[in-house]
Design a protein around this ligand. Structure first.
Ligand SMILES: O=c1nc[nH]c2c1ncn2[C@H]1C[C@H](O)[C@@H](COP(=O)(O)OP(=O)(O)OP(=O)(O)O)O1
Ligand SMILES: [Mg+2]
Length: 202
């Protein structure tokens, strides 16, 4: 398995995690910035649609197979928000600090049991632009929203995401631990199993 796959993401935090996880699997992934891929418009109405849009866009602009990740956090008290809009919850795309502050504000005074939330990671893998059967994988990580920021590791909502199985925030976990148990790790394990079962995918 030594073929190049384009990673259809511009998120530095995600790219780091993919590099760590996929190099363990012997897969060579290159971020789309190396091919000057212009970002896709994420106008789908689900993680699945957005992941496919991003993968197809990267295939079209590189002629290579592509893997995209659309992910976000679903908060029960907010009826599932921010969901697919997680990256722009507070308005400006990718302003993690503002997103976390807004989320803490919206849950101000809400009791622990009502603060349940989960991360979703949907991966879409496409062999080429017109691939009629994109492979889609979905990982979920259950937790709840903290009452303040904690921890320096990770990215995005990690400082406000409490991981019950570890008793701390996701941003307090060493990256090796997060990369074993996260939504992204779970989806990638499925992808890897599919690659092993069906080598014609690569
Ligand atoms: O493990 C995670 N730990 C913390 N936060 C996370 C995680 N995984 C996703 N997230 C958050 C970041 C962003 O607010 C949104 C993803 O948005 P999403 O559109 O998929 O990514 P993005 O625009 O940052 O980069 P790109 O589309 O180029 O891959 O969910
Ligand atoms: Mg995005």
């Amino acid at each position: 398995m030594n073929k190049t796959i384009v990673l259809a993401s511009n998120n530095a935090g995600k790219i780091k995690e993919f590099n760590a996880l996929l190099s363990d699997m012997g897969i060579d992934v290159k971020p789309q910035s190396e091919f000057n891929v212009e970002e896709a418009e994420e106008n789908g109405l689900s993680f699945i649609e957005n992941a496919i849009l991003k993968a197809r866009n990267a295939c079209a602009q590189t002629g290579l197979p592509a893997l995209a990740d659309d992910s976000g956090i679903e908060v029960d008290y907010l009826n599932g928000a921010p969901g697919i809009y997680s990256a722009r919850f507070a308005g400006e795309h990718g302003n993690n600090e503002a997103n976390n502050t807004l989320l803490l504000e919206k849950l101000d005074g809400v009791a622990e049991l009502e603060r349940t939330a989960r991360f979703h990671c949907v991966l879409a893998y496409m062999r080429h632009e017109n691939d009629p059967t994109p492979k889609v994988f979905h990982g979920v990580w259950e937790g709840r929203i903290m009452t303040s920021n904690e921890g320096q590791e990770g990215f995005g909502y990690d400082p406000v995401f409490y991981v019950p199985e570890c008793g701390c925030s996701a941003a307090s976990l060493p990256k090796e631990v997060k990369n074993q148990i996260s939504h992204r790790a779970k989806a990638l394990k499925q992808l890897f199993a599919a690659f092993q079962q069906q080598s014609s995918l690569l």
